[in-house]
Every structure is written in C-alpha cells, then in structure tokens.
Design a protein around this ligand. Sequence first.
Ligand SMILES: *Cc1c(COP(=O)(O)O)cnc(C)c1O
Length: 458
Amino acid sequence: MSRRRAARPRRPAVAHRYGRVATPIEERYAPDTVLVHGKFRSRHWDYSDHIVPPVSASAAYRLESVGRGAEGFLEFANPEFSRVTGAPIFIYDRLDEPTRGMLEENLALAEGGDRAVCFATGMAAISAALGVLLRSGDRLVAHRMLYGCTYSLFENWYPRFGIKVDLIDVSDPVALAAALEGDDVMALYFESPSNPTLQVIDFAAVRRAVTRANARRARRAHGRRHRRIFTVVDNTFATPFCQRPLGQGIDVVVHSLTKNLNGFGTDMGGVVVGPRMLEPDLLLYRKDYGAPLAPRGAWSLLAYGLPSLPVRVRAQQRTAMVVARFLERHRRVRRVFYPGLPSHPQHALARRQMRDPDGRFAPGGLLYFTLRGTPAQARRGGERMMNHIAKHSLAITLAVSLGQVRTLIEHPSSMTHAALPPKEQVKAGLDPGGVRLSIGLEHPKDLIADLREALARA
Ligand SMILES: *Cc1c(COP(=O)(O)O)cnc(C)c1O
C-alpha cells in the first residue's frame, strides 16, 4: 500500500478522472464526491433549496406568448444554441425536459463527454447513436460478439434500410484494417468488455486503425467534402467508474442505463455521450422517433444511481475477484473469464484500460465461465446448476439483466444472446454452456456457498 501512496499524486492523472469538471467548486473535490452531489447548478432547473434533485411530471409546458413558443422551436436541436449554457425553453417532454436534462449534464460529466442525450432504453440509445451516423448505402463494421438485441438490430433491420453490416473480430488488426478499407464505412461499433464473454478491446489500437483509415479517405477525397468513420463503444459492462473510453480516443459512448448506472434494477434507460456536433441530430432523432427517457427514470439515476455508483462497483468488483478465484479452482469449471484474473486473455490490456477515476485497476463486477465436458454435457450441467440456484438460492437469482445490488445468473446462449444463430455464437466465441454472473452486494461467502452447492449438481 505504501507504494501506492508514494507513487500517486493527490490528483489522479486527467485521463483517469471523470469528465471535465465545469465549475471551480467541482474542481476542488474528488470524483466520487462530485458524483454524489451532481452538477446541481444547471440551466435546466435551479434547485438550490433542494438537497435531492426534484422530479418533474409535465408532458407539456406553459408558454407565456406565441413568440416564446416560436423561439423554443427555433432553439430546439439548433447547433447555434446551447441548452447547457443557455436556459432551454421547455415545450414538450419528448423534446427536452428538466429532470432528464439535469441527468444528461451529469452523465456527460461522468463519461468525460461534451454532451449526453438520454433514451427510454439502452436499445433506443444504440439505435439513435447509429441512426444519426448512418444512412442508406453506408456500411457499419461491428465486433462479432454483441448483445443479442444489438445483433438483431444489425441483422434484422439494417439490411431493410440499405445499411450493410460487416461483423468481424475487431481485436484482429489485419481484419480491422481490411474492414475499414471501403469509403462506405461510416461507423465502427463494439462492446468492451463484451457481453457476455468479457473480451476486452484495445481502444488505442482501434483509434490508430480508424485514424489511418480516415486519413486515407481524406487523401482520396482530394480536398472534396468527405465523411469520416466514427467509433461507438457500448460501455454498459464497465460503467464510467471502470473506464471512460472518450478519454481514450473513442468518439461516442452508449450505455444501457437499465444496468449498473441505475444499479437497483428499478427503471429502464439508455444514453448516448459524445461530441457536441452530434447533439442536435440526437435530439432531433429522439423527437421524431420517440423513446425519450421518462423523467422519473432520470430522477432515480440522479437520486440513487450515480451517487452510489462508485461504492457499489467497488464492492461488486471486490466480491467478483473472490468468486472468480473460487470458480477458477473448481473441478467442474473449465474456464473463468474475468478481466481481474491474471488468466484473462487480455489481462494486461484490461489493467491499462480499465481504471477508476483514482487510477486504480477496475475490472468490474461481471464474470463469464464455462463448464467441463462436451458442449452438450456442459450445457446440460449448466442448466442443472442454474435450475438448482433458481429453486434453492437466496443470494443468487436466475434472471437476465445485470449490474444490480442483487447477484444475477443467466444462460446467454439460450437467453440474452438467443438472437445469434448457434453458428454465429460459436464464431463469436460464445460457448453453448457458458454462464454469465453479475455480482451484487451480497456477502461473498454466501455467493460461494450457493455456487458450490449448485455446481455439485452440474
Ligand atoms: C442490456 C444491454 C443493452 C440493452 O439495454 P436495454 O436497456 O435493455 O435496452 C445493450 N448493451 C448491453 C451491453 C447490455 O447489457
């Protein structure tokens, strides 16, 4: 411990901190403290008398004159107007709304981005991020291992819109460079760590490949206008506590707020965080396609989710390490994937890339493991184990979703990732018997006892 004290300055390196802190008072405090209190000086709502941010419930807003209504519509999604530094004119919830607006400023701060725009679910946020970047005729390059509904969006819907999708192994530099060759590629999309296999993708390597591809494109355009490739990362597994990709060369971050950012499993939500230039289109997309985050969903993140994020994730990853070590030693377990384990294939990369705002290694609270035996044996064994848990365990719940105060276990191949055909699952590295475990806040000894009992039946 003394090494840590000696080596680390009181203020962690900028890259490891939460986003740019906008006001001098926030600058004076540690990132955890800023998240607890939030950016309460907001043009969205002046609430200096409240300790807890207020929640609004008004679908439409009173306009004091027709002129003011017209001004509101003129300013909305207008690149000439900033809804952060200027007070927005509220008209209708789907356009802009004070509680959600306050959350957006806090999420931009947490991720270190210019602007955040919130949606009703994580899938709505992913659709919007790519919806503003892609048009008919464009090509999307994405990593093979994707959350099931993201895969379904790319495979079932994008072809109908004339958007081509190439699924590749983004961690393979040769495959990545080849995939980015075409002038029709407009976005590169991946998760890191990936759901559910916890593969870690190197942001710096991706940045280098995309910069090279963009430079080549600029040369070919001979000074004519051209579009560049944007990188989009789904940071749901890590949360901004464990890594902030925008500070590491990524253009846009998306989250399912339903997971660890809410943290209690009470509401659904999603967010896109990125450069200010994308904000007008994201707001316009949300206005026209719908699916804004409900104000009460935004409020739960302001009141509970963000203030408790650092303590929850710190506790989860402490327990995750203990559980990962237990599983790694168990005779029924073939392989455990947890970025905190030295046996993780990208452990060294994870150590560099996944850092909390104090600069400490932050491998998160999610585990993925496979069982011994043939694929069929592993699958049946996993099913017996999870059924035993469903029936007999208090500490572990059989359920999809993740990042809650409760530990959740599930079978990705037949549940969250069932949209991937069996052949695609194997290509993406998903084991038919693989088990995903999202660690909560229970005592580690209870989780281990219940896992031990269930694994004896596997
Ligand atoms: C859950 C999840 C999503 C989708 O979020 P919803 O809020 O359920 O729409 C997207 N990406 C990842 C990695 C997820 O775990």
